[in-house]
Structures are given as C-alpha cells and as structure tokens.
Design a protein around this ligand. Structure first.
Ligand code: SF4
Ligand code: SF4
Length: 236
C-alpha cells in the first residue's frame, strides 16, 4: 500500500512543503500503525501526534483525501493522501499548533462560570447535553469549515458547539453573556453547509447546535443581521 504524506519543515529549501510517497507493507492496520511503521522502519524524521490510540484523546486528527479522520481509527487504502488539519499553523509535517482553535473557545466563554444557583442536575438534564459533552477537542470540525477560507476571524463550529453545550447546561448562570459572545463573527456567519457535522468523529452535530444557538439568540433579542441588511450575506 502506497501512502502520500505531506511533509513540512520551515527550514527545508527551496520548497518547505512536499508530498512524499511511502510504501507500507501492512494490511488491515490503522493509519496510526502505518505512520508508526514509517517512522520506525523507513524515515525517523516523520512527525505526527498521537496519544491514547483508542479514539478518545483527539490528538491524532489529520486529513485523509481532504476529509478529517482520527489516525488511530482510520484504516488506510492504497493511494491515500495524508495532510495536516487546516487553518492552524503547521509546526512540522502532520503536527499543527492548536492554539488558534483553542483561542476561539476563550472568545465564546466555553466554561461553567461562577457559582451556580443549581449545584446538581437530573438524569434527563444531563442527557440533554451528553452528546456535546463527548467532544474530544480534536478540532476536526474547525479544520473542515470552509468559512475560514474567507474569514479567519470566524468563531467556527469548534467554539460554537462548545458554547451550546454550556448554554444548555441547567447550571449556566451567564447565558446572556455567552449568547452575546457568539453574535460577532459567530452564529449568523455560518453557511449551514454541514461539513463540520460530517467531520466529527463523535457524532456531534455542530451545525444543529449553531441553529439552536440562533434560536436562543432570538430569545435574547438578536436577529439575523443578513435579514436586517436585506443582503442575506451578499454585498451589493
Ligand atoms: S455548518 Fe457552519 S460551522 Fe459547520 S462547516 Fe458549515 S459553515 Fe462551518
Ligand atoms: S465537535 Fe467533534 S469534530 Fe469538533 S472538536 Fe469536538 S469531537 Fe472534534
């Protein structure tokens, strides 16, 4: 099986980004097994991230033929093209700097704030946010979102689905501030294309969470600015 892997090194001259073919004589293995084989038997300089090897830690997310996959869960095929996640700085080969994606979490206040009036939740209340709570912070959805191609300041599905998780928590005591935080470059800038939902290895549906955040925004007095301008997102 031949794999094409994007190699990147800022010091490599004249081109710092190249696609290199590797022959991997293994069958029915994961992409992470294949990367480990290449590193130990062919080229020790290949650089990638991994952690739990069981699709839980989210650290081995890469793009395979243009779609985000966890390397420890994906079974590669002959001819697959492996690249790093998009819209974050590449540090080396398949390793990216996650700080840009993590910064969006801070912008939406993605945490339980202060002391809640309610210190526990019922089984049903917990069930309501169970799916979003399963996020493994892999940033696959962040990488999949086409809006970042035209707007680097967009909050993106990674932050917005985390925001919805905390806004929907019955212990949330700053819903208004959290909803305020997703207006600018946020819920109304999403095109609802659904790429983030397709990319999520946990079956989370960020597109639907963004729709739910829009609904909560309306309850707090906001409206779609595209309707207000009559432009529907288009410049005239
Ligand atoms: S549905 Fe919205 S957030 Fe998700 S990928 Fe598409 S534009 Fe980005
Ligand atoms: S929502 Fe899904 S794709 Fe996005 S970071 Fe969480 S687990 Fe990864």
């Amino acid at each position: 099986m031949k794999l094409k892997i994007q190699r990147y090194c800022r010091h490599r001259k004249p081109k710092n980004m190249v696609l290199i073919d590797y022959e991997v004589p293994l069958k029915d293995v994961t992409l992470l097994d294949s990367l480990n084989f290449i590193k130990t038997k062919i080229d020790a300089t290949l650089t990638y991230s991994s952690g739990c090897k069981s699709e839980v830690c989210g650290s081995c997310s890469v793009r395979v033929n243009g779609k985000e996959e966890l390397a420890c869960g994906y079974k590669p095929k002959d001819g697959d093209v492996i690249e790093p996640l998009r819209f974050m700085e590449i540090l080396k080969d398949l390793v990216v700097d996650y700080s840009k994606a993590q910064e969006t979490l801070k912008r939406v206040k993605s945490w339980q704030s202060g002391i809640s009036q309610k210190d526990d939740m019922s089984y049903e209340e917990e069930k309501r946010i169970e799916l979003q709570s399963d996020c493994i912070l892999c940033a696959s959805c962040f990488s999949s979102c086409p809006v970042f191609e035209v707007d680097k300041e967009f909050l993106g599905p990674f932050a917005l689905t985390r925001s919805y998780r905390y806004v929907s928590d019955v212990r949330c005591n700053d819903e208004k501030q959290k909803i305020d935080a997703v207006q600018e470059k946020g819920v109304w800038d999403c095109t609802l294309c659904g790429e983030c939902t397709l990319a999520c290895p946990q079956g989370i549906d960020p597109k639907n969470d963004i729709l739910m955040l829009r609904s909560k925004s309306v309850q707090h007095g906001y409206s779609d600015p595209n309707f207000a301008s009559g432009g529907f997102g288009l410049e005239f």
